[in-house]
Design a protein around this ligand. Sequence first.
Ligand SMILES: Cc1cc2nc3c(=O)[nH]c(=O)nc-3n(C[C@H](O)[C@H](O)[C@H](O)COP(=O)(O)O)c2cc1C
Length: 268
Amino acid sequence: MTTKSIQLIYFSPTHTSLKVANAIAEGMNLPMSNEIDLTYPIKDKDIIVNNQLTIIAVPTYAGRVAPIAMERIQKLKARETPAIIIVLYGNRDYEDALIELRDQVKAQGFIPVAGGAFIGEHSYSTEVMPTAAGRPDESDTLIAKNFGKAVLQQLESFNHLNDIPALHVKGNFPYKENKPKTPATPTTTYELCTQCQLCIEICPVEAIELKEEIVSDPETCIKCCACVKDCPNGARVFNTPFTEFLFKNFHERKEPELFMPTPKKATY
Ligand SMILES: Cc1cc2nc3c(=O)[nH]c(=O)nc-3n(C[C@H](O)[C@H](O)[C@H](O)COP(=O)(O)O)c2cc1C
């Protein structure tokens, strides 16, 4: 199988999924034919995807694929498109996110050929109580680049897409149960806010608006913390007990886990 170009599909409010997807692509050293950003609302009912090798990267929320990413993935229409599936998680656990992603992309017409779980700075990490701060870091990026290179080499050892063995990844089915949503949202420190409205622009679910002040709707908010991490003035804060819980319990560094197809055996 020869791969001529690659495409990226991602949902990445705080940019870690995108960083890893880019590093994998860089390792492949092929032209990028297309980029589909699912982070922002998409009006189209269907998104038609070409059949170039695709890297699909999304974050883990509560041990599953972030539900809004899942919703948007269901708009993708592919046909025999090979896919490298990637989940990011904040150094706690990715539980059933990768297996769920595998199953869903298959249902959309992709053929999952390789997968990986990488670690990204936790959305609830703060300067005072950091969890996986700065990740993916240099070491993660190198692993991602080498993974891209290795997957490409392995794909070349197969004559046809249908020869690639089914991809096995870690996770359980039935998947971990999705708990009911508990409404909450970051708040604005008004003394620091300049009302630049960047937060309104980057919110993946349009939960923020400018009334007298910048306010967000806890019912709509997905707690992704894009507005917290990207605010140029540090004016958005998400106060959650999870920040301390994660800091106390998940500081031991986890490493990326990779899942590859077994290479085709030589026949004599
Ligand atoms: C609502 C929510 C739930 C999360 N649940 C988990 C989890 O179960 N396990 C984990 O390790 N990280 C969890 N995280 C952290 C994210 O998976 C992690 O920060 C990821 O790198 C974010 O990806 P992004 O930068 O592409 O948005 C959660 C984050 C949010 C916002």
